[in-house]
Every structure is written in C-alpha cells, then in structure tokens.
Ligand binder design. Structure first.
Ligand code: XMP
Ligand code: MG
Length: 182
C-alpha cells in the first residue's frame, strides 16, 4: 500500500489546525505579556507545530529543543531517556514545553520532573493534541489544541515509522501494520 493510499480519515484539516494554532498563539501572547519565555520544542513530533506556534506569538521569546526516547507500554516505570538536552539553562526562565501529543502522560510527567529540578520561574505545557481517554498520570496542560479520540494519528509533525510528518493535516491510517512503500 503506497503512502497516500494509506491515509484514512482526516480528523483535523490544515485550515482548522492553522486557525487553532493562531488562537493558541494569541492566548500565549496575552498570558506572557511583559515576559521573555523560552519555548521547548519536543523533537521530533512537535517541530512543525512549534514552527507555526512561535510565529503566532508576539512577545519576545527564545527557542530550544529537546529529544527524549519514546515511552513504550513495555516500560511500565515511565522512565524515558534524554537523547538531546537543551542548549541553554532554564533557571529563572518562564518555560513553555511544546508537545505534539499527550496520551498516557507518562512521557510528559517524567519530563516535567526533570525540568522542574532546573528551577525555572514557571513551567507550563502547550500540547497540540490531547488523547485524554488514554491518561494514566494526571499532567497539567495549560494550552491544548484539540482533544483526540483513542485513535493513532499522523501528519503535521506526527509520524508512523518516521513518515507522514509532512502532511499539512492530521489523519488516521488505514493500516499501521506495514511500512509505507515510498
Ligand atoms: P504518552 O503516552 O507518554 O505518549 O503521553 C506521548 C508520546 O507518544 C507518542 N504518540 C504518538 N505519536 N501518533 C504519533 O505519531 C499518535 O497517535 C501518538 N500517540 C502517542 C508521541 O511521541 C508522544 O510524544
Ligand atoms: Mg513525541
């Protein structure tokens, strides 16, 4: 099955995503007026979202990047590894973590503990998608794009076997059992 043929249902169109990202940017601009926050883009899934989000925020900001290993259901401890750490200190900074999707909350809860230990002035999360039905650990989400039903999705940064990140919309796949023939 070729990649385009494997696209299932479009849950969020490109236009709907762009509208929502602009709304989130406006809200963050109001909430952080007079400050200079650092946005932490969680690689790789949040890269596209972060790129659009920062351009919708009008307050001065800095951007940093972090990559952590994916939590898988086999690792019940929720422990994840930092694959790429921040370039700069977040001590005394207003920090906004930008995520593609929060599901169980295990990845984020580990990450927040690690970041909190670095003594930021504040620490908030902005996630594009929230699969709230999958939550195991309660994590505070200050900003959220869309609530997602219990389905696997790709597009707008989200991948299946590293593909589909470039789709401008978010959709399900017809089959997640084999790699796309590209
Ligand atoms: P937890 O369960 O720790 O997981 O909140 C969040 C991470 O799991 C990945 N994830 C997905 N990636 N489509 C994806 O491309 C999905 O539907 C999906 N659901 C979870 C993602 O890396 C996220 O950071
Ligand atoms: Mg991710």
């Amino acid at each position: 099955m070729s990649a385009p043929e494997n696209i299932g249902e479009v849950l969020f169109s490109a236009e709907r995503i762009q509208d929502r990202v602009r709304e989130l940017g406006d809200t963050i601009s109001k909430d952080y007026k007079g400050t200079d926050p650092v946005l932490i883009c969680m690689l790789r899934g949040a890269a596209i979202f972060t790129g659009d989000l920062v351009r919708s925020i009008s307050v001065p900001l800095t951007l940093d990047f972090m990559a952590i290993s994916n939590y898988t259901s086999g690792e019940s401890s929720g422990a994840v590894k930092i694959l790429k750490d921040l370039e700069e200190s977040i001590e005394a900074r207003e920090v906004i973590v930008v995520e593609d999707i929060v599901a169980t909350g295990l990845t984020l809860s580990y990450l927040l503990r690690s970041l909190q230990a670095r003594n930021p002035a504040s620490l908030k999360v902005c996630t594009l998608l929230d699969r709230v039905v999958a939550r195991i650990i309660d994590v505070p989400l200050a900003y959220r794009g869309f609530e997602l039903p219990d389905v696997f999705v790709v597009g707008y940064g989200l991948d299946f076997q590293q593909h589909y990140r470039n789709l401008p919309f978010i959709c399900t796949l017809k089959s997640e059992t084999r790699a796309p023939e590209l």
